[in-house]
Design a protein around this ligand. Sequence first.
Ligand code: SAH
Ligand code: SF4
Length: 357
Amino acid sequence: MPSQLNLYDLTREELRQRFVRWGFSPFHTERLWNYLYLELADSFAAMPDLPAKVRARLVSETQIGVLPTALETDSRDGFTRKYLLTLTDQEKIETVLMRFTGRVTACVSSQVGCAMGCVFCATGQMGYTRHLTPGEIVAQAVHVARALRPKSPAGKCHRLGDTSARLRNVVLMGMGEPLHNYDAVMHAIDILRDPNGLALAGERITVSTVGVVPGILRLAQEKRPLSLAVSLHAATQAERVALVPVAKKWPLDELMAACRTYSTETGRRIFYEWTLIEGKNDSPGQAREVGRLLHGLPAQVNLIPLNPTAGYAGAPTRSEAARIFQRILADEFGLPSTVRQRRGIDIAAGCGQLAVG
Ligand code: SAH
Ligand code: SF4
């Protein structure tokens, strides 16, 4: 790990305190913060307005934790770009830029690998290496924001090269289980939300969890402004354990109780994710089980047709089965749902396809 302080690890208040300790004016904190998050500066050389003594201290004791790009791949769909980024210890992570009509989303990682072992997920198949630091999470969002900047070199792909958009959405749906790395993720979110910085709205930051019950209960208690997605995939304990091994530790009834507490405490709905696997969890009967499970809860279901991964032989649901599933949720249970657009599959940038060798 780096011995120097990573500036992306600090909230603006932490940076201000550091400057006070160093005897620098708070005014310079704001200047540095603007350089980091409005101008998206990637070096101290790009900060001409800082006094020499401030710059000298920063150069000797801190670093801007920019993550070098090891590989950048554009999908043929013209909307998706995947970055392989190198961390200071040479570990690698993946970050995805997704462009939907009218919005850009950064899909960021929270860990190198994942310890949860979901059978159909490439990250789960590679196992767990380590947590990311707050700065490493923030750096991924900055990386995407920088790619959208007008003065960044236009991408090879025309639509990705459209520079009018700014980053408004961040989803913690890359590699890793965000609630397994709770403190670092929440610290990073505080930095992303800073109104004088990237200024992301809390509800446009989505934390997706496999169902880490203590984390959900802590979120309920702390009432943090963010959107929560819970990966359900099955509506009975036996079926869920077969797909999501950690369901043994946090059984479905405990998970649903935690979700109920979350929605009661925060007044927010939860997005329930359901990876649709042909013949496994896509039958009309299973749709009714989800409907009964979520009945009366503020919920939206996000259906994700299975994306291929090397370690799992299942097939994605046919679109007709997905439509029937949706119709049952809507007509019989009044549950809104969406089917996730399949994007970036050719470059393995879809849900659950992120992994590093
Ligand atoms: N660890 C978190 C967030 C990362 S995964 C979680 O599990 O929620 C983001 C979403 O992609 C999750 O809902 C996950 O279940 C889903 N997913 C994983 N592998 C997939 C695959 N092969 N095809 C489609 N969705 C997948
Ligand atoms: Fe980890 Fe989420 Fe993949 Fe499960 S689906 S292995 S929790 S990243």
